[in-house]
Design a binder for this molecule. Structure first.
Ligand SMILES: [Zn+2]
Ligand SMILES: [Zn+2]
Length: 394
């Protein structure tokens, strides 16, 4: 194996920060422009150390009422007591915070001129919206993660709802990622399930990528694939530990979630982390948002999307003209089951009609080629939708 790659696969997650190496597969340099990654017990106390270079202006701390209580208040008092010029804004909403124009606009209203650092305390939406704010305003941000629930911590792009449609807007790597294991392991179990689902989704994402490379000659990076497979494997091996909120296992899960973003940045696109399973999740989310309703956590939808995509791989296996190695539906379902996570669309609250429609249309207007695009080219979508709807909604 490539020496550089071997070193990376054995690295601790914190060693990935600032890392740079020559990739034999892509024949180019990959680098991770994140200053610090700290995933350990008591990590939140290192926020002062991480923020040390930003005393020359204002610091803008963003949280919601949950994340403020969980650790935002602690971060706030650490920074305040150390003399930082701090402005805190806490989203006070009983409902899901929507990653869209209104949330972004609110941050723009609250951020003060002269801000030199954004400190986001939270996970999904808080992280995404602060990343975009950071990107647009050229102000670095630190994310203090509160749950191992999604893979956006190191993501270089921002999924946002614009005019009711999921759009992928620009973004930047955070200046630093802080994951305090004392906080992460106490996250609501549903959020831990979601993080695991987002990681299991890589089984499909990587298969879709391999499929497209073989069918369409799409650009491929062996290093990104090896890093992601390695991280996925560690999570699978530690599934019992994750279920029991064990520190080592939660560290592996958080590490894998961070690495998903890191590999996206290395590759220059979301290929290493997302495929057909994410298209299902996005489709269901958009549907719920268009009706003004709440939807399941992203990663829980992704986990179910992975079950469905693996069913599709099986259903059309003799029509796939190249050799790929998708997981079996049983394998995905058993892993979700061991954690107690949701493994079928009905339990996510997806109606029979929406499910049928999503099998046919979740790939529409999404250029990233997946097994669903192949099924469409083969004229099999209606038939697959029929079979799977009967299977899941018998
Ligand atoms: Zn590469
Ligand atoms: Zn995801």
């Amino acid at each position: 194996m490539d020496k550089n790659l071997e070193r990376l696969l054995n690295a601790n997650i914190s060693e990935m920060a600032g890392m740079s190496f020559y990739c034999e597969s892509c024949k180019r340099e990959h680098s991770v422009d994140i200053e610090r990654i700290i995933v350990e017990k008591g990590a939140v106390n290192k926020v002062l150390d991480v923020a040390a270079g930003f005393r020359h202006g204002k610091v803008f701390l963003v949280a919601d009422n949950n994340t403020y209580a969980v650790c935002g208040e602690k971060v706030e008092s650490l920074l305040e007591e150390d003399g930082y010029d701090l402005k805190t804004f806490v989203f006070n909403t009983p409902h899901q915070l929507v990653p869209g124009e209104q949330t972004l606009g609110r941050l723009l209203v609250e951020i003060e001129k002269g801000t030199v650092l954004i400190v986001a305390v939270g996970s999904g939406v808080i992280n995404d919206m602060c990343r975009y704010l950071s990107y647009k305003m050229d102000i670095p941000y630190i994310i203090v993660g509160t749950a191992p629930s999604m893979d956006g911590y190191a993501s270089p792009v921002t999924p946002t709802i614009v005019d009711g449609i999921k759009a992928t807007l620009g973004g930047v790597y955070p200046y630093a990622i802080i994951g305090d294991l004392d906080v992460l392991k106490e996250a609501p179990m549903e959020m831990i399930h979601a993080g695991f689902g987002d990681i299991l989704g890589k089984m499909i994402a990587l298969t879709d990528w391999d499929l497209s490379r073989k069918l369409n000659g799409e650009k491929y990076c062996e290093s990104c694939v090896a890093i992601m497979r390695n991280a996925l494997q560690k999570c699978i091996e530690n599934v019992e530990g994750i279920k029991n909120r064990g520190e080592t296992a939660i560290k592996h899960l958080m590490g894998a979630l961070i690495l998903a973003g890191v590999t996206m940045g290395m590759y220059g696109g979301s290929r290493p982390a997302s495929g057909a399973e994410h298209h299902y999740a996005h489709y269901w989310d958009e549907d719920a948002i268009s009706r003004g309703e709440e939807h399941a956590l992203h990663g829980n939808s992704v986990g179910v999307g992975a079950v469905i995509a693996s069913e599709v791989y099986r259903l059309i296996s003799d029509r796939i003209p190249v050799k790929v190695n998708p997981p079996s539906p049983e394998e995905v379902r058993v892993l979700l089951g061991r954690l107690g996570a949701c493994d079928n669309p009905g339990d996510l609250g997806i109606s029979r009609e929406l499910f049928r429609r999503s099998v046919i249309h979740s790939k529409d207007n999404r250029p990233k080629f997946t097994i669903m695009h192949l099924a469409g080219q083969l004229g099999l979508l209606e038939n697959i939708a029929e079979v799977l709807t009967e299977k899941f909604y018998a």
